[in-house]
Design a protein around this ligand. Sequence first.
Ligand SMILES: *Cc1c(COP(=O)(O)O)cnc(C)c1O
Length: 387
Amino acid sequence: MSITDIDQKYVAGTYKRFPVEIISGKGSVVKDTNGKEYIDLGSGIAVTSFGIADEQWQEAVKDQIEKVQHTSNLYYTEPCVKLAQMLCERTGMKKVFFSNSGAEANECAIKVARKYSAEKKGPDCFTIVTLRNSFHGRTLTTLAATGQDHFHELFQPLTPGFEHVDANDIEQLKKLAETTQIAGIMIECVQGEGGVNTLEKEYLEALSQFVKENDIPLIIDEVQTGNGRTGELYAYMNFALEPDIVSTAKGLAGGLPMGATLMNEKMQDILGAGDHGSTFGGNPVCAAAAISIISRIDRELLDQVKAKSAFIFQSFEGAPGIESVSGLGLMIGIKTEKPAGEVVAACMEKGVLCLTAKDKVRLLPALNIPMVVLEKAVEVIKEAAVS
Ligand SMILES: *Cc1c(COP(=O)(O)O)cnc(C)c1O
């Protein structure tokens, strides 16, 4: 039986896979079983921050695997402690909780906001507000947070206590606050799965002021936007926001499962012993991998991300077959005249792997994709958008 057949027989059918089996790669180029090479503009959905089989990342992982692979959180291990310190020093946040995925990082963020608000404002203050078109994960609670109804169908009842308002409309939020006690507001600065939509600067400023005036914890979901993706270490830094809680995952450990929830001064001591936990959280191999990633996301790399982003925008804006380009840094959405799925299929045929988000072609290349490789891929997409 072929891998495709075995997959079909034994793996739950939750993914609509492309007919490609990837077996190796280097940097931004991957190879399938037929020896065909592809330029990878998806990075495993913003995960392989420095590409496939990155040597520094491999060294960090191998080094830790040879020492100890897991201890449980009953004992100290250096990588997770050093990583927490690094994340706090780079963001000004004060404490970190480690988990294994984006959904879990958000679950922790929600628990922190709820506990803070319950203690401060009473047990009726539990509602978490998120935006329509958002994506926050697949667990029943993060699904409730996700502001897209089609994800909710047939999984009812979801965790109660979530409300959704339109993005970029501060009045809707203020109106909701007149009738509902709000325990936290969670946003993505760039809505990824929702179609790569960057929130408006004025809205974010108004939101920032509103949460401060009302002592409402502001949670920024940086699962996809984080770890250098938008040209800053975290996307909120593009907007001078001061989040109370930041969740991240995807690119954090460059291809190993790791989530992190960062808490500021006000939130740092909300969770006490026994309030939360995770068997694998802060796993030393994942943490060592994350240290190798975060320590290399410096100003120089971030400026390169911005330069490559500008190149992508310039290449596509006004080009034949292209309606619009959205996004920030190396998180790009391209609205094509042809259906996005057709463009992605044509690109794959020509050796370029792209993603979709809603009706857009979505690009999430490795942060260090070489300019020549990016140029080649852009030409292929431009061609696929017209032919
Ligand atoms: C991918 C994603 C999640 C969920 O992350 P998982 O690791 O799949 O649980 C949550 N929020 C955002 C913004 C994401 O892009």
